[in-house]
Design a protein. Structure first.
Length: 405
């Protein structure tokens, strides 16, 4: 006969220390909330007032939003790399983080779902006796073919009501079409549509965005990355420094966008779609070339050709430069090209000897000169500040679909 004993004070202290240090504690799927409540209760009763004991410092539990990261296991999306990403994000955004990993196994005979809980803690500035903590739930789904309904039945009850809720899909490992069971529980879907290629799968993703935009806010990292480039092009036609005539906007002749060989093609296509839609050019034809795409448009006064060239710029990933030439029509007499180029930390906007600069966000990746895009944690940080649907993004998505349909 087995006899259950009450947990000792030492056992409870060890559980608390393990929880607060970020170690994963296995838990039954049906008892996730109960286990978290128990651990927080132990934590609040065992904080250290500074007597030098091994008990944890005073803990402040904080949660401002729900953040579910949903991804299939892959070399680019390992559980460890995504766990590290959440560790960085939670320092600046207190949240209930739910890491949901999907692993499809050809030889699986049944679906298996496992769960763990842990805390993400950091000391308050200048205070080693107080730490801010939020909770993380890790859920692993394993089976032969991913069944969104079975995972959604575990994840969605864990979303705290009355708090902003985000669903993040890094890369393209999970198709947007499989999100239907999740969407009613989320305010925002954060996705990363960046890619070195454009495929039928990408096309389906943007079709889904267009159809579901009225139900949830879509925030795309590929679009947010373009903000400095869009600003740089607009600066060329303001009344400072370069100061080109706005009448030349309708006389665009050729735009050449160069991007990295390892990524930047999708961003280039979105930039093309945004600019041509804003200036009322009409799409005519798209041709795939050896290095990218040639896209042809008709305009009010003259045709426009956009050349997208992959692997012909200084950056390995992201856009590296945009060159714009003009028809000499009407009042527009520009003889040389407008050049927007990436250099470490900024974009230069130049016409002849006139230049101005658009400062890029500070992040270590930009200082290498091999990419014009920040790392994932900085991009997600920025994305969480955008809570409204960007109508210009949806317009660019519409233009993109028009090119490929």
């Amino acid at each position: 006969m087995s006899v259950e004993t009450e947990p000792t004070e030492t056992t409870n202290t060890n559980r608390t220390l393990s929880f607060l240090s970020g170690q994963l504690s296995p838990v039954e799927v049906a008892k996730i909330e109960r286990e978290l409540a128990s651990l927080w209760t132990l934590t609040s009763s065992e904080h250290d007032a500074g007597d030098g004991s091994a008990k944890p410092a005073y803990v402040i539990k904080s949660c401002a939003l729900n953040f579910v990261l949903l991804a299939k296991v892959s070399p680019a999306n390992s559980e460890q790399s995504l766990d590290n990403l959440l560790a960085e994000i939670t320092v600046r955004h207190p949240m209930r983080a739910i890491l949901s990993m999907v692993e499809e196994q050809d030889d699986a005979t049944e679906t298996r779902i496992e769960a763990w809980v842990s805390a993400r803690c950091h000391f308050l500035p200048g205070r080693l006796d107080k730490q801010m903590c939020c909770e993380q739930i890790t859920v692993s789904w394993q089976g032969q073919k991913f069944k969104p309904e079975s995972l959604a039945s575990v994840i969605t009850p864990l979303v705290i009501p009355d708090l902003p809720s985000w669903l993040f899909l890094p890369g393209s490992t999970i198709s947007l079409e499989s999100l239907s069971p999740f969407l009613p529980y989320f305010d925002h879907v954060l996705l990363d549509s960046r890619s070195a290629t454009f495929s039928a799968e990408k096309l389906g993703q943007f079709q889904f965005i267009q159809e579901a935009a009225g139900k949830v806010v879509f925030i795309d990292l590929a679009w947010l990355i373009l903000q400095p480039w869009r600003r740089a092009l607009a600066f060329a036609f303001d009344e400072k420094d370069v100061s080109l005539s706005k009448e030349c906007l309708s006389t665009l002749d050729t735009i050449t966008i160069r991007c990295g060989r390892d990524g930047g093609l999708l961003q280039s296509l979105l930039l093309t779609s945004w600019l041509t839609r804003r200036l009322a050019f009409q799409f005519q034809k798209l041709t795939e070339t050896e290095v990218g795409y040639k896209v042809e448009f008709s305009g009010k006064f003259a045709p426009l050709t956009v050349q997208i060239e992959k692997g012909d710029g200084s950056a390995r990933t992201g856009i590296s430069s945009v060159d714009v030439s003009f028809h000499q029509l009407g009042c527009c007499k520009l003889e040389e090209s407008l050049k927007v180029s990436f250099s470490q930390g900024a974009l230069s906007v130049c016409y002849k000897d006139k230049c101005e600069f658009v400062e890029l966000p500070y992040c270590p990746e930009l200082l290498t000169g091999t990419t014009s895009e920040c790392g994932m944690s900085e991009l997600v940080d920025d994305a969480l500040e955008h809570t409204q649907q960007d109508a210009y993004y949806l317009e660019a998505v519409s233009g993109l679909l028009e090119m490929f349909q």
